[in-house]
Design a protein around this ligand. Structure first.
Ligand code: PLP
Length: 480
């Protein structure tokens, strides 16, 4: 057996499977116990004997597909992962085989160049001057944007905070954290930020949650007083973070006004656009991020709304100097850091990762196949269907939505207790009929839909609502 025939087997299996998924012929999710999955896939057998090729591979894949969660399924309305455009999988396959590393130019010139190109494409969408190629370096002296592709928005957020900390506390790499370091987050922020604060050695008490309105949107006017109280206590805020958009309900913070406050107070402004920065490619929706160009850094996940396989996230900065200065490790890794008269550029100094897989391939293969306008159409379509679904759901008796959606996230609940919402979700996914999530918003439990899928239509949502009604009725009667 060979590379080519095994790939053919895998492609045939994927294509057959995907046809059934797209047509909604199979369950969107099928969870079995890990012990049963490990057994049915005969992992012990293959580990002992090898031979996962040819017919054995074919049979293995047939089993494997029994236990996957199908992101391309019209009833997939779960987490914010893209149902990737197939070209992204090609990029992943090609780089997965070549195993070129993008953080060291000589370990993957094509990969590193793709990454550089993509970062510049993103910088342009934000409105920051792009990073020059070497050839332009001599003539290009003024500050410009820069960025790095990393394995996910969580690492991008952590990277942003590392850079912000170096700016406010330049001695940190030598002396550790000053004891009064603080961080300002919206009350509704992604949990990766609290995690990043912890990793950076900030206790939970150093994280200050800012006031939000009834939609969970930051209130710029309230930041002033809060900030003053923090400063008066002798604390040293290292950054203020805003959402574009929030993970829970998909609401964009007023970046323009917040940016003004941060500029005036010389405070690092990080925009967590992991989910919603992709609106920047849409003429219709880019206004949601008005003012983003005044921020200092931005997280932007491609594996959410740019139809890219996980993971591919960008951390972008307005001023390249901040990224270059962010990590100040004087480590004796002479095999990497030796001064070399070389082509290209190494980005290894600017990332948490050392060996970093080529991530640009995942995104570029989508960009190359669909073009910018094709990608923008997808964003527009997903944001539009979400509004249509909102209109439908909020008009259904017994149902209520906490906010008018601004992105492709829709939350709602059916009349009843919090427990009922969770029980309904559990029932839906255990039947494998729909994959949806729940979220706690303003102390109440909601059902949450993320419209990632182009095959999800209003008809799908009508079916979902009637399913929820049926389950709700059943659960209520079972209780009484
Ligand atoms: C998804 C998300 C993240 C985390 O990104 P990962 O790629 O899952 O690590 C961070 N912030 C926001 C606002 C998100 O929606």
């Amino acid at each position: 057996m060979s590379f080519k025939s095994d790939i053919q087997i895998a492609v045939n299996a994927l294509e057959r499977f995907n046809k059934a998924v797209v047509e909604g012929e199979i369950k969107v999710i099928n969870q079995e116990k890990p012990v049963d999955i490990i057994q049915s896939l005969k992992l012990d057998h293959f580990t002992a004997k090898g031979g996962l090729t040819g017919n054995a591979l074919k049979e293995f894949l047939e089993q494997y597909f029994n236990y996957v969660t199908s992101l391309h399924h019209p009833k997939y309305l779960g987490h914010q992962c893209a149902p990737p455009y197939y070209s992204s999988a090609l990029g992943t396959l090609i780089n997965g085989f070549l195993n070129n590393v993008s953080s060291i130019y000589e370990m993957g010139p094509a990969s590193a160049s793709l990454e550089h190109y993509i970062i510049n494409w993103m910088l342009e969408k934000v409105g920051w001057p792009i990073a020059p190629l070497e050839a332009d370096l001599e003539t290009y002296k003024s500050p410009h944007g820069a960025g790095i592709l990393v394995n996910g928005g969580s690492i991008a957020n952590l990277t942003a905070l590392i850079i912000a900390r170096t700016q406010i506390a330049p001695g940190v790499w030598k002396n550790g954290n000053p004891g009064n370091l603080g961080l300002l987050l919206p009350a509704q922020s992604h949990y990766s930020l609290a995690k990043a604060a912890g990793i950076l050695g900030l206790g939970a008490n150093s994280v200050h949650l800012l006031d939000v309105d009834s939609d969970g949107r930051l209130i710029p006017d309230k930041i002033v007083g809060r900030f003053k109280r923090i400063i008066d206590k002798g604390l040293l805020p290292m950054a203020l973070v805003a959402n574009a958009c929030s993970t829970s309900v998909g609401i964009y913070d007023p970046l323009d006004e917040i940016a003004e406050f941060c500029t005036t107070n010389n405070l690092w402004f990080h925009v967590d656009g992991a989910h919603g920065a992709s609106a920047l490619i849409s003429e219709t929706h880019k206004g949601l991020l008005k003012g983003v160009e005044k921020a200092d850094s931005l997280t932007w996940d491609a594996h959410k709304l740019l139809q890219t396989s996980s993971l591919c996230a960008a951390l972008l900065v307005k001023n390249h100097v901040h990224l270059n200065d962010g990590f100040q490790i004087h480590h004796d890794a002479s095999y990497i850091f030796h001064k070399k008269d070389q082509l290209g550029f190494d980005t290894i100094h600017n990332t948490i990762e050392t060996t970093k897989s080529g991530l640009g391939e995942k995104l570029f293969f989508v960009m190359g196949a669909l073009g910018e306008s094709g990608m923008a159409q997808y964003v527009d379509k997903q944001y539009k269907i979400t509004k249509e679904a909102y209109k439908y759901v909020s008009n259904c008796s017994e149902f209520e939505c906490p906010v008018l959606p601004e992105s492709n996230i829709l939350c709602f609940r059916i009349a009843g207790q919090d427990e009922l919402q969770i029980a309904i979700r559990n029932e839906l996914i255990s039947e494998g009929r729909f994959y949806i999530t729940t979220v706690k918003f303003k102390e109440r439990q909601y059902l949450r839909l993320v419209f990632m899928n182009q095959n999800t239509s209003l008809k799908t949502i009508k079916e979902l609502i009637s399913e929820i009604r049926r389950i709700g009725k059943f659960l209520r009667s079972a209780k009484s």
